[in-house]
Design a protein around this ligand. Structure first.
Ligand code: DGY
Length: 321
């Protein structure tokens, strides 16, 4: 009997082709985030589940799938949607898709950094509003990047790719994280390791590249925002709950920081309504990895991970609890 592979959303055909070589593929036809009961129903009898970052993968889902379940392949580098101990503890392999989205996410981060510091969204909204404007020397001034400090929270692959790009803009790099990166990486990026507090106090732009964990949830809270320079910008392309969105909206409303740019949201896909009325924040709908090339590569990598496990091989990207 063919192994049953359930894919929770529509993915590129090339990824389905990889999966078809090892089993019988069922793509959930709704093509929207399924409710927990819908997802539980969909995965019944599955040997592999290919999940998206909005799918909650927990003990209940694994139990609903049944004892034949071998692998959950998450199409994302982040896996905060997966209760990894609960899943692996039931003998099911969890995989993710690191590497393939580094450049796309770093590019988007720089795009957001420029949008926030140069007020690009605000300028666009002005023109689209058809209100009159004229060039003058004090018109819609933003902040330059040359010689400014980019404070990176989490200097992993994406953080490093952002740092490389920022250095091309003449920025200095500081970073914080659970531990220092290798000396050759620090040397290449001329990156200074700081404590979180030092970084918040000194950075002109704070960019978040850490995973969402219990330690990083609300890492940027009211106190962290208060520690930032009143001219500093916050960029978040990691996970929404790393930032206390209510506290951020308040800080932006009171102009206690220079501005922010957000690709991710605390209650995604909902966006804190208070943010939407503010001019000093840029908001985009989780586009970090959203290029055709990258999303295809992510889906194909997830498919290869699932196929490896179903064929009795080691997956390329196992997530360990
Ligand atoms: C990921 O892979 O975790 C990203 O958030 C997708 O853009």
């Amino acid at each position: 009997m063919d192994k049953r592979i359930v894919v929770s959303r529509v993915v590129p055909e090339s990824a389905l082709d990889v999966l078809r070589e090892v089993g019988d593929v069922h793509v959930c036809p709704q093509d929207r985030p399924l409710t927990a009961p819908e997802l539980r129903e969909a995965v019944r009898g599955a040997h592999a589940i290919v999940t998206m970052l909005h799918d909650r993968v927990d003990a209940e889902l694994v139990e609903a799938a049944g004892p034949q379940l071998e692998v959950v392949a998450n199409v994302a580098v982040g896996y905060d949607n997966v209760d990894v101990p609960a899943v692996t503890g039931r003998g099911v392999t969890v995989t993710n898709t690191p590497g393939v989205l580094v450049d796309a996410t770093a590019d988007l981060t720089i795009g957001l950094l420029l949008m926030a510091t140069r007020r690009l969204g605000e300028g666009e909204r002005l023109l689209r509003s058809r209100r009159p404007w004229t060039f003058h020397l004090g018109f819609m001034l933003g902040a330059g990047l040359q010689g400014k400090t980019l404070g990176i929270v989490g200097l992993g692959d994406i953080g490093q790719a952002v740092a490389r790009r920022a250095r091309a803009f003449g920025m200095d790099i500081a970073y914080t994280g659970r531990r220092r990166v290798a000396a050759d990486v620090e040397a290449e990026l001329d990156a200074r390791f700081l404590t979180k507090d030092e970084l918040l106090r000194t950075a002109d732009v704070v960019s978040l590249h850490c995973p969402l964990t219990e330690q990083t949830r609300h890492l940027i809270d009211e106190a962290a925002l208060a520690a930032m320079k009143p001219t500093a910008f916050l960029i978040n392309t990691s996970r929404g709950p790393v930032v206390d969105e209510g506290a951020l909206a308040k800080a932006l409303h009171e102009h206690r920081i220079g501005g922010a740019a957000l690709d991710v949201f605390e209650r995604e896909p909902e966006v804190e309504p208070a943010l939407l009325d503010l001019d000093n924040v840029v908001v985009v709908p989780h586009l970090g990895s959203a290029t055709t090339e990258t999303r295809t590569a992510m889906a194909e990598l997830a498919a290869r991970n699932a196929a490896a496990v179903l064929s009795g091989r080691e997956p390329l990207n196992p997530v360990r609890s």
